[in-house]
Design a protein around this ligand. Structure first.
Ligand code: PGA
Length: 259
């Protein structure tokens, strides 16, 4: 049994899946399968598409569920003529607790830069929410031995100008790009090693107390069958789960990995 003061956070990233109607069903079924001891042990987060946030929020609140609400993206300006964007104050008003920033799909498919990711993280923090800052290397970078320096660079850029106290309450998601949606996950040892290197880089830049407080998740083909081995690693503080979070049976098994 590992001993850490950090409460694990397991978050479901639903990506561009589930209408608001199916999202309500998923969160209801998920809640039904979890009990208070699960929430004591782990923070449980679902990150629906923007169109389902309000419905999932009201479902969570009317049934007094302990599931936390997350968003998958945000724009950094509070308001203005930015057609199609959603701001941090809009998310905060929906009682969103967590916001994913810099997911590799946004970086690769939508051209998000480190500078944008940094602005987004700051907007999330300024509005009282917790950013889940994503980092991760390509297969080529891994094979070239560049993983640790690459992810440390992404983290440093994402947190530029952010107060260490804010970093301490934030979440980092280490998601090797080659493991996302491929069924090919990093071995628990490899994930632990890279996450340890991220924590060491955080310690060097912001001090030991910040590094020992920040929670670092693993993401990339997390499933009911591999979560327990990942969570047994001392550096891994939870998971960011894509495909397997869409199904409440699978996601509840992941949350209940201790059973
Ligand atoms: P996956 O996605 O679990 O489907 O690999 C993880 C993610 O992209 O956050």
């Amino acid at each position: 049994m590992k001993v850490t003061a950090r409460k694990p956070v397991i978050a479901g990233n639903w990506k561009c899946f589930h209408t608001h109607l199916t999202a309500i069903q998923v969160v209801q079924k998920l809640s039904y399968q979890l009990d208070p001891s699960d929430y004591d042990a782990t923070e449980v987060v679902v990150c629906p598409a923007f169109t389902a946030l309000r419905s999932v929020q009201t479902t969570i609140e009317s049934d007094r569920m302990h599931i936390r609400l997350g968003a998958q993206n945000v724009y950094w300006e509070p308001d203005g003529a930015f057609t199609g964007e959603i701001s941090a104050p809009m998310l905060a008003k929906l009682n969103v607790s967590y916001v994913i920033v810099g997911h590799s799909e946004r970086r690769q498919l939508f051209g998000e830069t480190d500078e944008w990711v940094n602005r987004k993280a700051k907007a999330v923090l300024a509005n009282g929410m917790i950013p889940i800052l994503c980092c991760g290397e390509t297969l080529e970078q891994r094979e070239a031995g560049e993983t640790a320096s690459w992810v440390a660079g992404q983290i440093a850029a994402g947190w530029q100008g952010v107060d260490p106290a804010d970093i301490a309450r934030s979440v980092i998601a280490y998601e090797p790009i080659w493991a996302i949606g491929t069924g090919r996950n990093a071995t628990p040892d490899d994930a632990n090693e890279t996450i340890g290197s991220i924590r060491a880089a955080v310690a060097e830049a912001y001090g030991e107390p910040t590094a020992s407080a920040v929670r670092i998740q693993y993401g990339g083909s997390v499933k009911p069958g591999n979560i327990a081995d990942l969570m047994a690693q001392p550096e891994i503080d939870g998971a960011l789960v894509g495909g397997a979070s869409l199904d409440p049976d699978d996601f509840s098994k992941i949350v209940r990995y201790r059973h």
